[in-house]
Ligand binder design. Structure first.
Ligand code: AMP
Length: 396
């Protein structure tokens, strides 16, 4: 997709909306900036574009053939195969830094208190521990808080109860709001990293706990949690000889989502945006102005400060207000153009803390979104025979 000259918003003006942009050719000539650009109006943030590489002008917008033919295709496939081999000889344990901190929360903790702990520690998720059975009890993520918010919306008369919920109540909350519980997957730290990636793609999990068995007690121990971000960073830092071969523009490889984009405006309520995230099963909603220009992105983790201290009524406040509560060290929003290439995106991942890239045209109008899951999926699965995918899928 395509130029967003006159976005078609299908919902109430000012409210969160699903907007689709009409197809039109992208005007050429704009360049990506090297490094952050400062754009400050209201709650707009500095955007960061991948470093520019020489970008060959694409001649077609069709998906590439499965069989590599041109030298560019061959090089791209060589890069992808190299990365896949790398992931097969490295383990999940290799991704962990030499020293790291792991915050594990007891299942008996009040949900309200868990929010403060995450915020104080600057983290957005934590493994849960069932101390009664001395067992790993799943992963607490922003999705759980979104479920609590949905519960609050469905049963507003139970607000006093919501404050008394413990982390162990999360499964019951899921049941009462009718959410299908996510499969709790984990991997052994010494298994190939490729296995963790395939498991993440199969379950749509954005993070996966590494669970080992204690030699003495025979009980499960959570070693750490690895995320899509950590894995892609690991590839970017340690496998540059293959990432530099990925020279095809994102437009040509169909990387990301370009239609039926869920978007909102600064005046949308936080609740509306959460509703979009739940309906579309997505972790971020681009915030645009009336001309479809990208102003910011509301991420699932932005929900956490909104409900700190049980202030659920603040969910009715605007996205603009909520975004102003972000930590001062927030890294900014990463953008790219459809002519950018995966090698430059990996270069950006190598240098920065990127969780997604928003695709914009030369006038900063929203074109699409590239999630880390899109990148991981492409890197692992593109060009694989369906049979191979199914075979590995049943093994993992
Ligand atoms: P994520 O939740 O970021 O892992 O993304 C899951 C899938 O949804 C990916 O294929 C994304 O390209 C797509 N996606 C992410 N955000 C949006 C959005 N706001 N609107 C439509 N699709 C999205």
């Amino acid at each position: 997709m395509d130029d967003a000259r006159t976005p078609t918003e299908k919902a109430n003006p000012g409210g969160a909306s699903i907007a689709s942009a009409p197809a039109a050719p992208i005007s050429a000539g704009g360049e990506n900036a090297n490094g952050p650009q400062q754009l400050r109006h209201g709650h707009e943030l500095p955007f960061v574009a991948p470093s520019s590489y020489l970008r060959p002008k694409p001649t077609s917008r069709t998906m590439p053939e499965k069989t590599a033919s041109s030298p560019l295709d061959k090089e791209q496939m060589q890069g992808l195969r190299g990365i896949r081999e790398f992931l097969k000889v490295r383990t999940s344990y290799d991704v962990l830094p030499l020293s790291f901190r792991l915050v594990v929360l007891d299942n008996d903790l009040l949900i309200k208190k868990s929010l403060n702990i995450l915020l104080q520690n600057g983290i957005v998720s934590a493994p849960l521990w069932d101390s009664r059975n001395s067992a790993f009890a799943g992963l607490l993520t922003s999705t759980d808080y979104i479920n609590v918010i949905q519960y609050y919306c469905q049963f507003p008369e139970e607000i006093d109860q919501v404050d008394k919920f413990r982390l162990s109540s999360l499964r019951e909350i899921e049941r009462r709001i009718g959410v299908v519980p996510l499969e709790t997957v984990s991997v052994h730290p010494m298994r190939p990293l490729y296995e963790a990636c395939r498991r993440m793609l199969r379950t749509r999990a954005r993070r996966i706990p590494l669970v080992d068995t204690d030699d003495e007690t025979g009980r499960e121990t959570v070693v750490s949690v690895i995320t899509q971000y950590r894995i892609l960073k690991f590839i970017a830092v340690n496998n540059e000889q293959h990432t530099v071969l990925l020279k095809k523009p994102v437009r040509d490889i169909g990387l990301g989502t370009y239609s039926s984009l869920a978007t909102a405006t600064m005046g949308s309520s936080v609740l509306d945006v959460i509703d979009l995230m739940v309906k579309h099963n997505i972790s971020a909603v681009p915030i645009v102005d009336q001309n479809f220009k990208l102003l910011n992105v509301f991420e699932a983790v932005d929900v956490i400060p909104c409900i700190k201290g049980g202030a659920y009524e603040e969910l009715a406040s605007t996205v603009g207000d909520a975004l102003s509560r972000r930590a001062d060290d927030f890294g900014g929003i990463y953008i790219c153009g459809e002519d950018d290439r995966l090698d430059s995106i990996f270069d950006t991942i190598r240098k920065s803390r990127v969780h997604r890239l928003v695709v914009v045209d030369d006038d900063s109008r929203l074109k699409g979104i590239i999630s880390l899951s899109d990148i991981l999926k492409y890197v692992l699965l593109f060009g694989e025979e369906e049979d191979d995918i199914r075979q590995v899928g049943t093994m993992i």
